[in-house]
Design a protein around this ligand. Structure first.
Ligand SMILES: [Zn+2]
Length: 210
């Protein structure tokens, strides 16, 4: 798969520890994805950074710091950058709205899945791939789809309870689409919302078929 420089840089920033400037520098010294970074030599990278042009973002970095980048890349955390983003978003929402928050990060990562996972809405069944397809066919009316809509969100099954996920058997959260989340609000619990989700499922199926 041919990727643009921008895509490669975005990919590198998925590694914990790596920001955009650093990713740009890594790209220019031939480290073009997290796997390249995982197998890089820390000393060689630090040397290349010290030789690099200051105007192009290069800076002096210690071998120790590069070692940390390499470890982060090896840990495979980059596969879960969307889970990380989603977690940060709900953590913030919980804080701002004083909602209980008790989420085991490892369990959440498992639950939300890798970035490549095609997540489905628990209520209406639409998948992220379906949303992409509907978008490509101009069958999604919502305008700010990039802000909310393209990717699945997290809903609290029982809105009276918090963001709780200590494992599969002890969880108050489900994956759901923007449309269901927006309709469900803090008003309905998961059971009450089920028939509404089913009704939305029929609409999506019709659009997908048309
Ligand atoms: Zn839905």
């Amino acid at each position: 798969m041919v990727r643009t420089k921008e895509e490669a840089i975005l990919d590198l920033t998925k590694v914990d520890e790596i920001g955009k400037t650093t990713a740009g520098c890594l790209y220019s010294i031939g480290i073009k994805n997290p796997d390249d970074l995982a197998s890089a030599n820390a000393q060689a990278v630090a040397d290349a950074f010290s030789r690099g042009e200051r105007g192009k973002g290069f800076y002096n970095v210690s071998v120790n710091s590069v070692q940390k980048w390499i470890l982060a890349a090896k840990s495979g955390n980059w596969k879960y950058s969307r889970a990380k983003e989603r977690l940060a978003a709900i953590e913030q929402r919980a804080r701002e709205n004083k909602i209980e928050y008790d989420i085991d990060h490892e369990a959440f990562r498992e639950f939300f899945g890798e970035d490549t996972k095609n997540r489905e809405c628990k209520y209406c069944g639409i998948s992220e791939a379906d949303i992409q397809r509907l978008l490509a066919e101009n069958k999604i009316l919502r305008k700010n789809i990039d802000i909310r809509g393209k990717s699945m969100e997290i809903d609290r099954k029982d809105p009276k309870k918090g963001y709780i996920h200590r494992g599969e058997d002890d969880s108050n959260i489900v994956i759901c689409c923007y449309w269901c989340n927006n309709a469900k609000t803090d008003e309905f619990d998961a059971e009450e919302f089920e028939p509404i989700g089913e009704a939305m499922r029929k609409v999506w199926e019709k659009r997908l078929r048309s």
